[in-house]
Design a protein around this ligand. Sequence first.
Ligand SMILES: [Zn+2]
Length: 404
Amino acid sequence: MIEKIVYHNKASSIQAVDQICHRCMGKDLLISENNHVYCQECSQNQSMSDFLFLNRYERIRNNKNHQLRMNFNLSQAQLKGQDFIDNCFNEKRQGFLHAVCGAGKTEMTLHTILKALNQGLSIAFVIPRLEIIKQLVKRFQVYLPKSHICALYQGMVLDESADLYVTTPHQLIKFYHEFDLMIIDEVDAYPFFKNQYLERLVKKSRKSDGVLIYISATFPQIYQEQVSNHAFDYCLIPERYHRKDLVIPEFKKYKYLFNEELFMQIASYQDSEILLLVYFPSIHLMTRYFYFLHKKGLACKMLSSQSKYKNSLIKDFSLGNFRILLTTTLLERGVTFKNCHVFVIEADHPIFDKDTLIQISGRVGRDAIYHQGLLIFYSQFVSIAMKETKRELMAYNKVKNHDM
Ligand SMILES: [Zn+2]
């Protein structure tokens, strides 16, 4: 059902806030000076109180014959992921698909999405980041040419006739017991990870018998526990769609960051065919290093959460209009550059935990042609996270090569 906020009580509507907030299902309420009850958690977005009402109604949809158009075959590993999702869907089980970076996760979901579409079911593909939503909608439109794919993020008007919503988790607040199939990508990432508010929205927007599929390149402890409690079925896809090994990081130590050897190594990419991504633990350090490189006459650009025109900068970089991009964990995931090497500066910094380093490592070697590449962690010390990253990536390669 679609849920809309209304100011007048109708037969079909309910009071927005009573013992709980029915908009976000939260219990964190506050009584104001004029004796109205407000929801504290909704106050950051749209104020919710006991003088508002929620109108819930079924959306009208047309039956269609949906079609899947793919001009390539899935790899064996992708087929395994596809079967896993399909089994979860058929048996109405919740599933956790743990697929390494570059495994081709989206393609593994298409078969089941098509099946659900042709059964007239309601589907949401949830992913936290706006840039990725826009890209994904375009990709889904190519794969499912007869289907009406709608992006949903802050500022977008809800199109009630969508066949498939590609949405941020926050926009799920507009639905009540709507979805038969929900696929949540990057469930391990901000803002979804350990966010009870968003977890409640998933529960609220999903039908009680709706199927929930989590997808992630890492497998955090909290989900490991749920899998061992049989709350979720689990499937590991340890290989990339092109079947080549994951690139393993090399560790290099330095005493002083602004050293000539590292500078020369970065500078060698200026006129190369290869793109270089250099990750920093903070905007401050990245900016200092950016001016250091500029002073030495090196052409490079930087990108962080504070940058304007993020998308055009990413596009320019992927087109090779410049070769060296300094960045932060902002670009740890969701971006694919064809022929790209990665340096991580101060890789022993606490911000680079294992899951972040695994995501960053996943930027190298995603392309079938350029499946190798340099991946170097520069640091003064070797952190536990660095060691665990290396060990985990090597273990995936071992499992993959054993299965072959
Ligand atoms: Zn609320």
